[in-house]
Design a protein around this ligand. Structure first.
Ligand code: F6R
Ligand code: MG
Ligand code: MG
Length: 372
């Protein structure tokens, strides 16, 4: 039996600004997944939130991109939107960018990460969910845990992993269709680095193991701005990563998050701040952020989930949270000056472009200046 693990998340409205869904919205999502388990659509599920995004973790046997599962998730978000509207919450239905469901949530607003696996005897995995994040926030940590022995000591110590991993990277600026490239580590190491250095355009979509071809990780790749053509909220990606044995250990997967990397997100999706690793169901606060990431561990057996283990709910991460705060404050001291505020082609709101256009006519050229 093959098991599919699907994570689909959306911001469908929140209390007190872009902050967190209401208890009633989360209860509605939980009630609906319980019904879907009862009806046999799903084997198991968990509902959580990170900032203003509700994430549905679902297991089933229908494969990835299954229209019944995607429709169920879409309808669930339509229901939570109704509650948000009835409570007068902010941004109700924010991530539901299309009026009617058409087969698959991809390209419709909600983020999704899915993998179909032949379960190992023990099948541990991690689900990451971020809020106020850039779309490529997983580039650094996935690259580091699958290709960098600084974090994945197993690349040197565990013979199973010595052959490395293959990365499928998507060019998310190509909106007409999915445009991907497949690069192998260690063979294509520098080419991989060349792309991953730009996490707003080139985004890791999946990782497979070279020795076995097994799927190791998947991440959501949607850019809401590219779907809607304007700012409608931050992309807030999710990822699923298999751990242990032939894959990096859980600790190796978590290790890169100690960097508290800078990402383009936070206030108005337009500021560079440090990613803070947080407990599941954490709210948003400072400067509409800080950008947060949660990590939950599970085991799946015949589709049944055990967990979560809330990995960032551990004293080690208190120090990293302080580090993230300090890095964010250091950048915030610089206010709107780049790179604190992002570059103009990455501005999520249109204000800067409109102001520049208006100011353009007020520029004066020096008399007699022949410079083009
Ligand atoms: C960032 C975010 C917030 C909003 C900001 C303004 O992802 O959600 O920073 O951009 O609070 O929101 P609006 O434009 O909805 O008033
Ligand atoms: Mg929101
Ligand atoms: Mg969000």
């Amino acid at each position: 039996m093959k098991t599919t693990i699907s994570v689909i998340k959306a911001d469908t409205g929140s209390v007190g600004g872009h902050n967190r869904p209401s208890d009633e919205m989360v209860a509605k999502a939980s009630e609906r997944v319980a019904g879907a388990i009862q009806s046999g659509l799903l084997i198991d599920a968990r509902v959580s939130f990170t900032g203003d995004d509700i994430a549905l973790l679902m297991t089933h046997t229908r494969g990835t991109d299954n229209s019944d599962v995607h429709k169920f998730a879409w309808d669930t978000f339509v229901e939570t939107t109704k509650i948000a509207k009835s409570q007068g919450l902010y941004g109700a239905g924010q991530d539901l960018l299309k009026d009617a469901f058409s087969g698959n949530v991809r390209g419709m607003g909600p983020g999704s990460a899915e993998m179909e696996i032949e379960e190992r005897a023990a099948e541990p995995f991690v689900v990451f969910a971020g809020d106020k994040c850039g779309p490529g926030v997983f580039n650094h940590p996935l690259f580091s845990c699958f290709a960098d022995p600084y974090h994945n000591a197993g690349l040197l110590l565990a013979p199973e992993m010595h052959a490395g991993f293959t990365f499928t990277v998507m060019d998310v600026n190509h909106t007409e269709s999915d445009r991907t490239i497949t690069l192998k580590a260690p063979e294509d190491y520098y080419d991989l680095c060349t792309l991953l250095r730009d996490p707003n355009r080139y985004i890791i979509a999946s990782v497979t193991e070279n020795a076995t071809g097994l799927i190791a990780a998947v991440a959501s790749t949607s850019r809401l701005h590219n779907i809607a053509g304007k700012y409608v909220g931050k992309d807030d990606p999710v990822a699923i990563v298999r751990t242990q044995k032939q894959f990096p250990s859980t600790g190796e997967i978590l290790s890169p998050w100690a960097l508290a990397q800078y990402t383009l997100g936070d206030n108005r999706g337009s500021h560079h701040v440090a990613v803070m690793p947080v407990k599941q169901n954490t709210i948003i606060s400072f400067f509409d952020g800080p950008t947060v990431m949660s990590a939950a561990g599970y085991c799946v057996h015949e589709g049944k989930l055990t967990g979560p283990v809330d990995y960032f709910d551990q004293p080690f991460w208190d120090v990293i949270r302080e580090k993230a705060t300090e890095k964010t404050l250091a950048m915030r001291e610089q206010g709107f000056f780049n790179p604190a505020m992002g570059p103009q082609d990455e501005m999520e709101y249109t204000g800067v472009m409109e102001n520049l256009k208006r100011l353009d006519s007020r520029f004066v050229k020096k008399e007699g200046d022949t410079a083009k």
